[in-house]
Design a protein around this ligand. Structure first.
Ligand code: NA7
Length: 525
């Protein structure tokens, strides 16, 4: 087995494949395990899924020995957890670090994948797992003159391990998605002057992160089995029962009280998960959006600045809702300036800062919190070819085509973990990763037992899954936003909704049903 990537998905795959008796060779571009949690080490980086859910369920002893300290874990703690997992289960011996896979070619005669790496290492394996992450290829803004900027430039996902000094410096941040929203309040306390360059204001709700009490940690450890079962049976892969009430069932006053109660609890789903139809019904969505807009007005002292921060033009939740700690309040500080790029676009970078249509902003450091070439970026970074030499990039030219988000017609024995077309980023990623890895390992066991060495998704199964994916998206408000969920954040990318919106439990049921039906949709030999 070849596994590419050693983040949450890669480590899980290595562990479970090995446990099933397969030999595994893994490649990781970074110098250590962690993937997303290795690279995104900007100040304030934190998970927006609760720690209790955002961890592996495959080993009860691991659950007992690891202690999460906060409601939402910060990047260093998650990275420490993944390092612990790698050591505890002796996974490192399977991984070649600092080795980027550049090409993968299927050999139809041998039924094997041959991979080439940037260090010249070649390897072959019967099956190849792309555990390359949904958000791992960063995007930099295409600004004229960027190369002339004399100060330091950093992307949030390529943060120097030694950190970046901000004290006494004039810092610019481009981008106000989840990364920018987490980073800006932390930088505001350190930088002499902070300028946030905002293209689209995001909806952000308070995370209300806090340290877990000893009692909570004890309860968490005692309740893991129940918690995991609840998570697996839920649409989002989190141990919280989904709300089954329409926003239309309440009066305006009841809705307000309900939103208020959830606002006090905090967290990404607090508002958009308050009713069952907030992402399905435009009017219900507007009620939720207006509630958050009022909160933004209340959090920002200057009405002019608040007006720039109020999101509009897309339903709340259709671009990822951010979870913050003092984001809006940061704009009340005298050393923080908000530049609305829609009103005054950046014209160019200069040696000393950024020039917009309204003037020049002097900067010593420029941070790009400008997001990722999501889902397909990391797949296309590898030159993947079928037995006839046809590139996966060609097969996906009009957008990714997959069966279950796991496999692609014409590319046998190649699997994407939390790939495009699976529930992935709109669920708890760790729960999705475990579900997919377990299912795939089950399938590989079945193939081994049947003496089969090759499997491929059929064109029909792929086309039907694509239609099902699109239909699920069309039933919601999601397609109304230009987001990284549908490729709109990447210039030139075909627009296609890349997340299966049926929910994790439903998706797992679909996978299990077709496994019982002889792995319908795959052709094996
Ligand atoms: P996101 O959510 O893609 O946010 C990127 C931000 O950068 C967003 O505000 C973009 O504005 C902005 N952006 C991107 N390119 C430019 C240019 N060229 N000029 C100005 N502004 C730009 O990435 P994050 O890293 O914050 O979060 C990614 C996910 O990680 C997050 O959803 C969580 O799942 C964890 P736009 O909205 O495109 O107008």
């Amino acid at each position: 087995m070849i596994v590419i990537g050693a983040g949450f998905a890669g480590l899980c795959a290595i562990h479970q494949l090995r446990a099933a008796g397969f030999s595994v060779r893994a490649f990781e571009a970074g110098p250590d395990v962690g993937g997303t949690w290795f690279w995104n080490r900007y100040p304030g980086a934190r998970c927006d899924v609760e720690s209790a859910d955002y961890s592996y369920s495959f080993d009860p002893e691991l659950e007992q020995e690891w202690t999460w300290t906060e409601r939402f874990s910060a990047q260093p703690e998650i990275l420490a957890y993944l390092r612990h997992v790698a050591d505890r289960f002796d996974l490192r011996r399977h991984i070649e670090f600092g080795t980027r896979v550049t090409a993968a070619r299927y050999d139809g005669q041998q039924a094997r994948w041959q991979v080439t790496t940037d260090s010249g290492v070649q390897a072959t394996g019967r099956f190849c797992f792309l555990a390359t992450g949904s958000l791992s290829v960063p995007q930099l803004p295409a600004l004229p003159g960027l190369a002339d900027f004399a100060g330091a430039i950093h992307h949030t996902c390529a943060w120097p391990a030694e950190g970046v000094p901000f004290r006494g410096r004039r810092v610019g941040v481009i981008g106000t998605g989840s990364s920018g929203v987490q980073l800006i309040p932390v930088l505001a306390e350190q930088a002499a002057q902070l300028t946030a360059f905002q293209r689209t204001p995001a909806f952000s709700v308070p995370a209300r992160n806090r340290r877990l009490t000893q009692d909570e940690v004890r309860d968490l450890k005692q309740g893991y089995r129940r918690r995991r079962a609840l998570a697996r049976g839920s649409p989002g892969g989190i141990a919280r029962p989904p709300v089954d009430r329409s926003a239309h069932a309440d009066t305006a006053a009841e809705r307000r009280a309900h939103f208020e109660a959830r606002w006090r609890v905090g967290g990404t789903p607090s508002i958009t998960g308050a009713y069952s139809d907030l992402l399905l019904d435009a009017e219900a969505n507007r009620w939720a959006a207006d509630f958050v807009r009022d909160k933004i007005r209340a959090r920002v002292t200057s009405p002019e600045v608040a007006a720039k921060l109020i999101p509009s033009g897309f339903p709340i939740g259709t671009k990822r809702v951010c979870a913050d700690a003092g984001y809006y309040e940061a704009y009340n500080r005298p050393n923080v300036t908000l530049v609305d790029l829609r009103a005054t676009p950046v014209l160019a970078a200069t040696a000393s800062g950024l020039r917009t249509t309204a003037g020049h902003h002097d900067l010593d450091v420029l941070i790009c919190a400008t997001g990722f070439d999501a889902f397909t970026g990391a797949v296309f970074a590898i030159d993947i070819r079928d037995a006839a030499g046809r590139a996966l990039r060609e097969h996906w030219a009009a957008g990714p085509r997959t069966y279950l988000g796991l496999a692609t017609a014409g590319f046998p024995n190649l699997f994407t973990i939390t790939g495009p077309g699976s529930p992935s980023v709109l669920t708890n990623m760790v729960a999705s990763i475990e579900q997919q890895v377990d299912w795939l390992v089950g399938y590989l066991r079945a193939l081994r037992a049947g003496g089969q060495r090759e499997t491929v998704a059929t064109e029909t199964a792929e086309a039907q899954w694509g239609a099902r994916l699109a239909a699920a998206a069309q039933r919601t408000l999601y397609p109304q936003a230009a987001s990284w969920y549908n490729g709109a954040n990447t210039p030139g990318k075909p627009r296609q909704f890349m997340v299966f919106l049926g929910g994790l439990a439903n998706y797992a049921r679909i996978c299990d049903d077709l496994a019982r039906d002889g792995y319908r949709g795959f052709r094996a030999r």
